[in-house]
Design a protein around this ligand. Sequence first.
Ligand SMILES: Cc1cc2nc3c(=O)[nH]c(=O)nc-3n(C[C@H](O)[C@H](O)[C@H](O)COP(=O)(O)O)c2cc1C
Length: 256
Amino acid sequence: MIFYFSGTGNSKWIANQLSKKQQEDLFFIPDAWKNDTWEFSLQEDEKIGFVFPVYSWAPPVIVQEFIRKLSLKGYRQQYLFFVCSCGDDTGLTQQVMEKALAAKGWTCNAGFSVIMPNNYVLFPGFDVDSKELEEKKLAEAVPALERVNRLIAEKEYVFACKEGSFPFLKTRIINPLFVRYQMSPKPFYATDDCIGCKRCEKSCPVGNITMRDRKPAWGNNCTACLACYHVCPQQAVQYGKKTKGKGHYFNPDSAY
Ligand SMILES: Cc1cc2nc3c(=O)[nH]c(=O)nc-3n(C[C@H](O)[C@H](O)[C@H](O)COP(=O)(O)O)c2cc1C
């Protein structure tokens, strides 16, 4: 079983490739809330995987909450791995995952990061990649993921996450501040360029957008994934003044 979360499709692409090669079913993490599904029964030879984007040098809050609530019936030390996608580096994501899984009594046997196009645009100086870099990352992700897929197929005990510089500062100091102060959906709004196409509503993984008078309105349940911003064909979704002049990205395999 592969549990995955994705906002703009990079991690969804990874989860799909893993599912095909490992012949494991996929479960989209937000569906646990939607359908109140927290218990999964495991087969003896099943692999357990978690796939997600790195958010502020840690697994997204929704992924950590899911792991806290998850119940794996028939867990007998089956091979357990995670694959995270990131624009640059992971900080101590591996440490956070290992701790979260250990708290459940589960052993994390392998963990990988795959560099994918960046979708974070809300900090000053942060933007999507140039078209050239985006294409390079997408092309290089194919052999990188093939290697990860092979290692998982062999049930290798390997950790290969790109930690980057100052991992402690990023994960232990900046991440808690990000979770506390930078995840609010309140600044989202749609400009007059909005054509009411509902793509933002459809792309929101947690159903936080409803259409009112043919324009999106945001509720309080936001994962900060930025799918609504990136998916807009009119570039009408904005986040206060922070998105002014910033670029857009959505994984080409996951277009809405
Ligand atoms: C809120 C947020 C925080 C992010 N933080 C990081 C980060 O700490 N390090 C990094 O390399 N990329 C970061 N990114 C970029 C994403 O991890 C990357 O683009 C990822 O592939 C997006 O996956 P998705 O398309 O499945 O949503 C962040 C993106 C978002 C939306």
